[in-house]
Design a protein around this ligand. Sequence first.
Ligand SMILES: [Zn+2]
Length: 217
Amino acid sequence: MTTTPPEALTRDPAAPQIAQSLAEIHSLGAGLFSRALVMVAGDLSFDEAHSYRTPVAGARSGGTTRYSMTDADDAGRGYEGRVDRAQARMSKQDSEVAVLQEAWDWIEALHASFPHGAGIRVVLIGNIGPCTGCKARLELFRQDLISVFGPGQVIVESVYDTSEMFITKNYSQKYEDYETGTTNTVSTTYGYEGATVEAVLPPGAHQSVSYWLYRVM
Ligand SMILES: [Zn+2]
């Protein structure tokens, strides 16, 4: 058991909510899960008018949505210039695809009611960091938010709690391109080199919870 000295605890007011979401995700057991916390003007009520906690999504919950990067009809929103085709297609049903869509739908429906000039912060929380494809999706999502809220008004972060800062895996056989009949070996990296450790003492807890946090650029 380790204890975190008080001076090392994060000052992030959303940290208890982040820790709570990580605990909820862990309670689901094995598998890859994610959820987003969407906060307008720093609101932490999660009352669905000023801030929003998306449902927890599991793997294969994504699909042909705004953040799939594989929908041929999505002009300018494809994988081109972001990641290679195999990477995008392999990950198009990842939980992050569904969660980013859910967050976007809430923002799009309500943004006219947000206080004028308000900033927005979105924290995508998962038990494993985003893969290479989903990192590109987070960048695309951030650009979408900047187009609505303006530059300097948007923070998008990734939070996860694997023991390693980032993990690189090679997948062969997993991705077969049915159009060309070829099987690719795809190397993907989960999590971010350059993430920082954040520690929080949740209310009533005796032991701190720590996780990786990376601000998407
Ligand atoms: Zn992914």
